[in-house]
Ligand binder design. Structure first.
Ligand code: F6R
Length: 609
């Protein structure tokens, strides 16, 4: 989750850019950099690590980096290692065009080869650098036009801002799915990936919509579409206080993080799905995946639920047996594990004591261990033979949301890679699944748009209830477990999440008209059985709130309320189905007047044994 800030005006802007980057720090980053136009040339300073390292590097450059037009960036490595050369801004061979980019350029290798053949000299391993060379190759005296032409050559999910020594009074931004906003001040303008980056300087904001290009000058902005048509854009006034700004204008961190889930998944799969016919996880030795006889996943809480979804996906796609265990149980039960086993520890913090202990135990007994984590340098990364990072950015709310979907995305990547290495899927099946996975960020955005009001209304109707039952089967069961955990954790309402086939063995006694039942009834091989379960529940007077796949008329006809998720491959649907359940828990807690970001008795990271 990278950050972008740009300034054009009359003030010396180095510190303004640094302050902007500081306000974007929450997104997480591993390196940073600035470029400023100085006397008809552009200078740049990069540093690995935190912003203090960038400040130190700027100090060492004897303050020669000055200017009143500039761009800055915090980078979270995707393409290319964490090095100064790979930090943004990037530039073209003439060093006159500099860019900062968030997201991923999918067709960067083909563009790089073409540009290299035309004489471009690349200095980094990133996909982003291609954009600077591309703009230079299209430049014919007009930066906006060069960016427009470049935009039409690019494929991917990104936002970037470009600057040129030849036109020092303009910054040009372009947005393809990743966020970008303009801030209009008095004789100065800003452009950034999020409003808080410039909010202390101006509160007059213009949103850049998907598929738009914007030219920003000290006196204003001009929006165009990729075919060059002018677009009118209203100016909004943001009246957030500092606390609201930190939350990006959302009421709470949890709601903000729920809305960051498309980005969290997009960043996690980014470069790893750049190839249409498979998945790239260069951070793992292929042998780790190819040679294992059995997989054991260990995790706690929400991460455990991500692992449960992974179990279905890995077994279905790669046909490798997967065992799933709660880390705090596994570590104390003298498990049979050893050479030939691959143990995957899932932990967003990388510091959960039980998960770390389970990973260590397995490693001591000769198993290979992979960590799936969101935090660079965390203990889990040091205790593993390989690491797959989720790239969800920092999660502040105690209840995990965006780190969960990023974990599920990472596990899907592992499942597809295993299937590829072991030739367990037909090439066409693999290609279709990779494509479907790439469409998930867009589908998350559609879903948040389509279901938010409906879920709020359902929460309003049910927030006073004293018990909820969640029922699911097969791949819907982990979604129920996660939805129920969210509800009990932030609303303190007792919940049960049950495998629907177990109903008749006791829990059916719980049902009556005072107890709503949440059912995950998305596409899956046993959807018919879930439908029967819904009928059984209805027969006992309980109201059913169902999550179903769009077009599932049978579910809508049986349940009392049905929330539809966009259709995709059935194994990928849990990553969507959990979102209405997160929102349901969130809204119920809000209606009950609770502090959703900091539930009682809970801490973000559980490091004690
Ligand atoms: C629930 C939640 C917890 C964590 C669990 C494991 O919303 O956040 O259940 O999932 O404490 O934490 P990590 O993933 O850091 O190991």
């Amino acid at each position: 989750m990278c950050g972008i800030i740009g300034y054009v005006g009359s003030r010396e802007c180095r510190d303004l850019l640094l302050e902007g980057l500081q306000r974007l720090e929450y997104r997480g980053y591993d390196s940073a950099g600035l470029s400023l136009v100085t006397n008809g040339a552009v200078g740049s300073v990069h540093a690995v690590g935190n912003l203090q390292n960038l400040r130190d590097a700027l100090a060492r450059s004897n303050g020669h980096l000055k200017g009143s037009t500039g761009i800055g960036h915090t980078r979270w490595a995707t393409h290319g290692r964490v090095t100064e050369a790979n930090a943004h801004p990037h530039w073209d061979t003439s060093e006159r065009f500099h860019i900062v980019l968030n997201g991923i350029v999918e067709n960067w290798t083909e563009l790089r080869d073409r540009l290299k053949a035309q004489g471009a000299e690349f200095t980094s391993e990133t996909d982003a650098e291609v954009v600077a060379h591309l703009i230079a190759s299209h430049f014919d005296g007009d930066l906006v036009e060069a960016v427009r032409l470049a935009y039409n050559d690019l494929r991917g999910h990104y936002a970037f801002v470009a600057m040129s020594a030849d036109e020092p009074d303009v910054l040009v931004g372009a947005r393809k799915e990743c966020p970008l906003v303009v801030g209009l001040g008095d004789g100065e303008s800003f452009i950034a990936s999020a409003i808080p980056a410039f909010m202390s300087e101006t509160r007059n904001v213009q949103l850049v919509h998907d598929g738009e290009i914007v030219a920003v000058t000290p006196t204003g902005s001009r929006f165009i579409s990729p075919d060059g048509t002018a677009i009118e854009r209203e100016v909004d006034r943001v009246d957030w206080n500092d606390e609201q700004a930190e939350k990006g204008g959302y009421e709470t961190f949890m709601l903000k993080e729920i809305h960051e889930q498309a980005d969290a998944v997009a960043e996690t799969i980014a470069d790893r799905t750049a190839r249409p016919d498979g998945v790239d996880l260069p951070e793992l030795d292929d042998e780790l995946l190819r040679d294992c006889r059995r997989i054991v996943i260990v995790a706690c809480g929400t991460s455990y639920h991500a692992g449960l979804i992974g179990r279905y996906a890995i077994e279905e796609w790669a046909r490798v047996p997967v065992e799933m265990d709660i880390a705090s149980e596994y570590r104390y039960r003298n498990p049979i594990v050893g050479p030939g086993d691959l143990v995957i520890g899932i932990t967003q913090s990388g510091e959960t004591a039980d998960t770390l202990a389970a990973m260590r135990l397995a490693r001591e007994r000769g198993a290979k261990v992979i960590a799936v984590t969101n935090i660079m340098g965390s203990q889990a990364t040091r205790d593993a033979d390989g690491v797959v990072y989720t790239r969800a950015g920092l999660e502040i709310s105690v209840a995990a949301t965006k780190t969960f979907v990023a974990q599920v995305a990472a596990i899907y990547l592992l499942g597809l890679k295993l299937a590829e290495l072991r030739h367990a899927l037909e090439p066409a099946e693999l290609e279709s699944l990779v494509n479907e996975l790439k469409s998930i960020p867009h589908r998350i955005e559609m879903l948040l748009e389509s279901c938010s009001d409906q879920v709020r209304e359902i929460a309003r109707q049910h927030h006073h209830r004293e018990f909820f039952l969640y029922l699911g089967r097969h791949i819907g069961l982990p979604v129920c477990l996660e939805g129920a955990l969210k509800l009990k954790e932030i609303s303190y309402i007792p919940t049960e999440a049950y495998a629907a086939g177990e109903m008749k063995h006791g829990p059916i006694a719980l049902l009556d008209s005072s107890r709503p039942v949440v059912c995950v009834a998305t596409d899956m091989p046993v959807l018919d059985k879930v439908l029967s379960n819904i009928s059984e529940v209805k027969a006992r007077g309980s109201e059913v709130i169902a999550v179903a796949t769009e077009g599932s008329g049978h579910v809508a006809a049986t349940a009392d309320q049905t929330i539809f998720i966009p259709r995709t491959d059935w194994i990928l649907q849990p990553i969507l189905a959990v979102i209405p359940l997160q929102l349901l828990a969130y809204n119920i807690a809000v209606y009950r007047g609770l502090n959703v970001d900091q539930p009682r008795n809970l801490a973000k990271t559980v490091t004690v044994e």
